[in-house]
Design a protein around this ligand. Structure first.
Ligand code: NAP
Length: 279
């Protein structure tokens, strides 16, 4: 009997995981491109993470996405870590290499930039300072990406100031830390404005910051994508700003993993958005 090729498997690993939209996204691309493969959600508790990563390649998994609370922990278990994942201190994309080594990457920052380039093609990150709300894991990816594309200055405000200070020591002199009570002032002259806090998400408190100092020419984006149009984006749009929602970041960060695991670079377009929104 001839050996049939193994059907490639991939997963998103988190705890909890039932809310993840990644299975709907990858499932859509697999169907769209007629690829024989599967992508599943895997609820893995922290104490089982190492064992899960050891067994998965033996079961036919070629890779995985990683989400909360494992994004930092996987770096300690990986054999090869990309520079950007090391800089961010977290990984979201894993590859189980044929040589048995575990490769860890972080594609959140690239997804963030690709989303803005696709939906606001006139956006110029070098045009002026960026103002970033929040200093959590997502903020680290956003800041690394903004530095890479040439933002001249990045102002950060976070409820817990020491977390923002830590970003300054990790990312250097381009970072200015602003006090939480001074948040509205950091919008002055900013050409890129980003909410990376979880405020504004369905079920959480609203993200309310006075936008009087917001420039009409600023590009404003929110990483929160449930709801798709957050109160923050609605307010910014009413001031005349170009706004971009956070769903595109989720779609774009998934592209490198899918390409690596299934051998096809998937397209992010309106049909992809609708497939995820309607799931
Ligand atoms: P995280 O590491 O837990 O950070 C949460 C951030 O929100 C921190 O800056 C935190 O401030 C702030 N925050 C939470 N509650 C707050 C409150 N009541 N008042 C003021 N600030 C508050 O989470 P994360 O991984 O960075 O994710 C942040 C958000 O981005 C989430 O909504 C996540 O879903 C979203 N996200 C979206 C994408 C995408 O593809 N669109 C990708 C990654 C993340 P403190 O430090 O003071 O706690």
């Amino acid at each position: 009997m001839t050996d049939l090729p193994r059907i490639p498997l991939a997963a998103v690993i988190g705890h909890p995981i039932a809310h993840s939209r990644s299975p709907a996204l990858h499932g859509y691309w697999l169907r769209r491109y007629g690829i024989k493969g599967h992508y599943i959600p895997m609820d893995v508790a922290t104490q089982d993470l190492q064992q899960a990563l050891e067994i998965m390649p033996k079961l036919g998994f070629v890779g995985a996405n990683v989400t909360l609370p494992h994004k930092e922990a996987v770096l300690k278990l990986a054999d090869v870590i990309t520079d950007r994942a090391a800089l961010i201190g977290a990984a979201n994309t894993l590859i189980f290499r044929a040589d048995g080594r575990l490769h860890a990457d972080n594609t959140d920052g690239a997804g963030f930039i690709a989303n803005l380039r696709q939906n606001a093609p006139q956006w110029d990150p070098t045009a002026g300072p960026a103002a970033v709300f929040g200093a959590g894991g997502a903020a680290r990816a956003v800041i690394a990406a903004l530095i890479e594309v040439g933002a001249p200055e990045i102002r950060i405000v976070n409820r817990t100031r020491p977390r923002a200070e830590a970003l300054r020591s990790d990312f250097g002199a381009k970072i200015t830390v602003v006090d939480w009570v001074q948040a509205p002032n950091m919008l002055e002259g900013a050409s890129t404005v980003v909410n990376t806090t979880s405020l504004g998400m369905t079920g959480k408190s609203e993200f309310r910051v006075p936008l009087d100092a917001l420039e009409r020419t600023a590009l404003v984006t929110d990483l929160v994508y449930t709801p798709l149009k957050t109160h923050f984006l609605i307010e910014a749009e009413s001031k005349g700003c170009t706004v971009v929602d956070g769903l595109g970041m989720l779609l774009h960060q998934a592209v490198p993993g899918f390409e690596r695991w299934f051998g096809k670079r998937p397209e992010v377009d309106e049909a992809t958005r609708q497939a995820v929104l309607s799931a």
